[in-house]
Design a protein around this ligand. Structure first.
Ligand code: SF4
Length: 356
């Protein structure tokens, strides 16, 4: 809308008129950096989140069980051609034990994440399906699978195995930029993952990476697209340059860009789940992300289990600062409460009913 002030735009979104905002309005909001306008934006985002979710925050455990990958994404530490890292593949029993200990500690969901590991992709994902089924049945916890891009006929099998969520990050909806980042991969095939997952009855998560060379308009386009795909969870995460990759010398962007993206997503989509990832700034970045409107804490990793993060493979992990106990203490100090598993499951039932 022509001539709107930042305050007017925020007020329109806060009153539920986000769909009336144009791409330019959204890009304008994403450009906000004056201190008073940033505070206004975060305060509006926090208030729309609290109206829907109260002071409850959802907590996800991250089990990155295989760091092998057949792909070669330019930004990723675990890309196929990065020979400088030791890789691992956890056994089925390891994954079960890790999931069980995360559940005992109080998480709401286990995120089973892997690179596109040829061993796990073999035989129509039979090993991953088996792990998914066992975590669901033996641990009795909500499950997200993040296996990369999979063929259309696999989604119904993940659903049958007990997965609640399917996560697949596009990272950008600018096709040209995508082709430079997700090398040798098909833009539409990856976008269709979200559509096929939804058709199979799975909840879906999509995400963008901030600071990959995109413009504010690209960021606005991606946020609009993730909303129109009907993803129930959307994330924005800052790009962290990784050694051994073609992007290792790219100057990282300020974390503020991610925080503003979180706040804008929250204003446009009050009832979506929006993660505060611990993978960028570790536990130090939790409060700022929740203040910007996030309501899910992802990347909780048990200490001393030789598990890696994605963007920062070892940040705060073995110190235990990304463990559930430490996060619960921090939430308490912020006046927030971790949701129980039954509260989370009841949210998932509502989301699944809306998915039908
Ligand atoms: S981003 Fe995922 S698909 Fe791409 S190289 Fe890394 S692990 Fe593999």
């Amino acid at each position: 809308m022509v001539g709107l002030s930042v305050t007017d735009t925020i007020e329109i979104a806060k009153a539920g008129g986000g769909s009336r905002l144009s791409r330019d309005d959204i890009a304008e909001l994403l450009s906000v950096r004056k201190k008073d306008e940033v505070s206004e934006l975060f305060s509006a985002a926090g208030s729309v989140r609290d109206k829907v979710f109260g002071n409850k925050v959802f907590i996800y455990g991250f089990v990155y069980f295989s760091t092998h990958c057949r792909n070669n994404c330019a930004f990723c530490y675990y890309r196929r051609t990065n020979k400088s890292l030791p890789r691992y593949r956890k056994t089925e029993d390891d994954v079960l034990a890790l999931s069980g200990s995360l559940k005992d500690a109080g998480i709401n969901l286990v995120d089973l994440t892997m690179g596109e590991d040829p061993v796990m992709c073999a035989d129509d994902y039979s090993e991953l399906l088996k792990i998914t089924r066992r975590v669901k049945e033996e641990i009795d916890i909500s499950v997200m699978v993040s296996p990369g891009a999979v063929p259309k006929d696999s989604f119904v099998k993940f659903k049958e195995a007990g997965a609640d969520w399917f996560a697949c990050y596009q990272e950008t909806y600018n096709r040209e930029l995508f082709s430079k980042l997700r090398l040798e991969q098909d833009f539409d095939y990856r976008m269709d993952q979200k559509i096929w997952a939804k058709e199979a009855g799975l909840l879906t998560e999509d995400g963008i990476m901030v600071g990959l060379g995109e413009t504010l308009e690209d960021r606005a386009d991606s946020i609009i697209k993730m909303g129109s795909l009907g993803c129930q969870q959307i994330r924005a995460m800052t790009f962290v340059p990784q050694s051994g990759t073609p992007m290792e010398n790219v100057k990282p962007t300020e974390p503020m860009d991610e925080l503003i993206s979180i706040a804008v997503m929250r204003l446009l989509y009050p009832d979506k789940l929006i993660p505060a990832s611990l993978d960028v700034e570790g536990i130090a970045g939790l409060k700022s992300r929740l203040d910007a409107g996030a309501n899910v804490i992802t990347s909780i990793i048990p200490p001393n289990e030789d598990l890696a993060g994605v963007a920062q493979h070892d940040l705060d992990i073995d110190s235990g600062h990304r463990s559930v106990g430490h996060v619960l203490d921090m939430l308490d100090k912020m006046g927030k409460k971790a949701a129980s598993c039954s509260e989370y499951e009841s949210l998932l039932r509502r989301l699944k009913a809306g998915n039908a």
